[in-house]
Design a protein around this ligand. Structure first.
Ligand code: MG
Ligand code: MG
Length: 623
């Protein structure tokens, strides 16, 4: 299979799109005609530019309203066709994509459709070109690939073949098994696209929700398996119409598109990437803060059961550890941490993932086009490979821990003046929640999925009193690494306010698992906790029929509760610090969600605390 991308899948000018596609290694592009219309030069210049960049122009698309027209309109259509075939010649491409008719004032008589497409194919063949027929899910008469195949089969013309589009097939629920009866050489092009599994009008769904395979929730892979089974080995082309994609750079879309192909190839058992590292958990979370403001954050860490145990050998960096949780507080006044702090204030500047090989992870990240980052290190200090993650923060790759050689044993010394903290029975970082702009959400889903094999759970739509939030959780197979990505189109939602306040800092909360949440809660000062309204507990009692004592204990702890089958989840939140907050969680009986049902309560409580005159004003303007 050869990899192409439709120009409609990228933002920017046509030349930028070609350059971006070539820079990440695509073999071809599918030219969307509007892109050419907006191009100020001649078609031959695009043909030459593509050739120079090593790109094949796989097809020109789309040619609409080809079939089922009245006699007079058919004559005009053929004139239009001749002009497009001229263009094909000038572009040096041999395939014109014809999509199925959508107009209501046309005939759906199959004999007529066959005749029209045979005519179109004849005209193309006379110029040495071919025509690929694609069934749009919202086609008037042909809205399923099997109907398109029936027409192509009956037309029986060597210059007429099928264009398959995984989006159209999957949203219609069209089976792909009958592909086994289609000769591979009659499939001229396969367009790949994914989407979130939400039910809506296919046209609207397509225009606004398409995404690269691996970013959505449709089973693109099963179609490709059928194609491989019949020995098909042609062009695959990502065709993604999306408002969000057009608002990101051509380069980012091209990187995501290539990651998507790597993802598909690996799933199909034809990997072209270095092996995937296994991840074992979050090794440390690194915060940055201005040193003159650091005392408040230090106090919060201690109150959450994290004593300061170590100091860095050469830098103004402190380490707080309890159980399997390690928090680094970086107070450096130069370099990356300082720049991050100046831009975002108190925030998470880095996450470190435990892997089964830091170098293995680095190689994989490089092959996926991640941006490497090299930290300056002192003599004898550990060089930890890193790449840029969400919001320009860092993602470190740690080697498996070996006695005497962990990051803190090499780079840190025990604190001569350790600050004690109560034992809250902390176990490990349970999950990290990151906020990203809506246009970046699919991109980061694919990043974590391809780099570490984290699997996304179904998209969740959260209710915030001030705007919708879309949430996607990604988890390693054993649940040791869980990352929740949140995004909101509303500036007034919690996610939107966080982005505005911190200039897009990335991590909004870090959840820490503890052995006994109610016991831990009793040792946390009440003023640190997010206040939960009394009404919540009345509702909880009604929903779950909890024992009086247990309900009282939850209320006293300021904790929230969820239950699914045998699984129970107890959690509480701290008040936020520069928009960031901690969560303490206890999972019981194999509970594997995040207490999403309680998120509206948390969001409302936070919105209540956030109410400042300036925000009220914004809110009033928004209303
Ligand atoms: Mg298509
Ligand atoms: Mg959480």
């Amino acid at each position: 299979m050869r990899r192409a991308i439709a120009t409609v899948s990228m933002g920017g000018s046509l030349v930028e799109k070609l350059e971006a596609a070539a820079s990440v290694g695509f073999d071809g592009i599918e030219l969307f005609e509007a892109d050419l219309t907006y191009f100020p030069g001649k078609p031959e210049e695009i043909a030459a530019r593509a050739r120079d960049l090593g790109l094949v122009i796989v097809a020109l698309q789309p040619f609409r309203d080809a079939e089922g027209l009245s006699e007079s309109e058919r004559a005009r259509m053929l004139d239009r066709l001749e002009r497009k075939l001229d263009l094909l010649g000038r572009l040096g491409t041999g395939l014109l994509l014809v999509c199925s008719q959508t107009r209501p004032d046309t005939t759906g008589d199959p004999e007529r459709l066959v005749e029209d497409l045979r005519l179109v194919a004849d005209r193309a063949a006379a110029r040495g070109a071919r025509v690929g027929y694609e069934a749009l899910a919202w086609g008037r008469h042909v809205n399923d690939w099997r109907l398109a195949w029936d027409i192509v089969r009956r037309a029986d013309h060597p210059a007429l073949g099928l264009v398959l589009d995984t989006f159209h097939m999957l949203v219609k629920g069209s089976p792909s098994a009958p592909l086994r009866d289609v000769p591979a050489e009659k499939i001229f092009l396969v367009q790949t696209a994914d989407a979130p599994a939400i039910s809506m009008d296919p046209l609207f769904w397509s225009r606004h929700y398409r995404c690269f395979p691996g970013q959505g929730e449709l089973d693109v892979e099963s179609i490709l398996r059928e194609l491989l089974a019949i020995g098909w080995d042609g062009w695959l082309s990502h065709e993604i119409f999306s408002d969000d994609f057009r608002s990101t750079s051509a380069r980012q879309a091209a990187i995501d598109g290539m990651r998507s192909f790597f993802f598909l190839e690996e799933r199909l058992g034809r990997p072209s990437l270095p092996p995937r590292p296994a991840v074992g958990g979050i090794g440390f979370v690194e915060f940055v803060e201005a040193s003159e403001r650091a005392e408040a954050f230090r106090a919060s860490l201690r109150a959450l059961g994290l004593p300061r145990t170590h100091r860095h050998r050469s830098k103004r960096v402190e380490l707080y550890r309890a159980g399997g949780v390690a928090v680094v507080l970086n107070l450096e006044e130069e370099g990356f941490p300082h720049a991050f702090q100046l831009l975002h204030g108190l925030s998470v500047a880095a996450l470190a993932l435990e892997t089964d090989g830091a170098e293995k992870a680095r190689l994989r990240a490089a092959a996926l086009g991640a941006t490497p980052f090299v930290s300056p290190v002192g003599a004898g200090e550990l060089v930890i490979p890193a790449v840029r993650g969400v919001a320009g923060s860092l993602l470190f790759f740690l080697d498996p821990p070996r006695p005497g050689a962990t990051f803190h044993e090499i780079d840190f010394v025990p604190d001569p003046d350790p600050s004690p903290a109560p034992d809250l029975g902390l176990v490990a970082v349970d999950h990290v929640a990151q906020v990203v702009p809506p246009a970046e959400l699919p991109s980061w889903v694919l990043f974590y999925r391809t780099l570490f094999g984290l699997e996304p759970a179904q998209r969740t739509d959260l209710v915030d009193p001030r705007g919708p939030i879309v949430s996607r959780a990604l988890e390693s197979a054993d649940g040791a690494v869980r990352i929740v990505l949140n995004s909101s189109p509303a500036q007034t939602s919690a996610a939107g306010r966080f982005l505005a306040r911190t200039a897009g800092a990335g991590a909004q909360h870090v959840a820490i698992a503890c052995r006994d949440l109610l016991a831990a809660a009793a040792r946390i000062p009440p003023e640190l906790k997010l206040p939960i309204p009394e009404n919540y507990y009345a509702d909880l009692e009604a929903r779950f029929g909890l024992e009086r004592d247990f309900l009282d204990a939850l209320r006293a702890a300021g904790a929230l509760y969820d239950r699914i089958g045998p699984g129970e989840f107890l959690h509480l939140y701290t008040r936020s610090m520069n928009g960031f907050f901690f969560e303490l969680v206890e999972r019981r009986g194999g509970y594997d969600r995040y207490g999403e049902t309680n998120t509206p309560v948390r969001l409302a409580a936070q919105a209540e605390l956030d109410r400042s005159p300036a925000e009220e004003l914004t809110l009033m303007r928004a209303v």
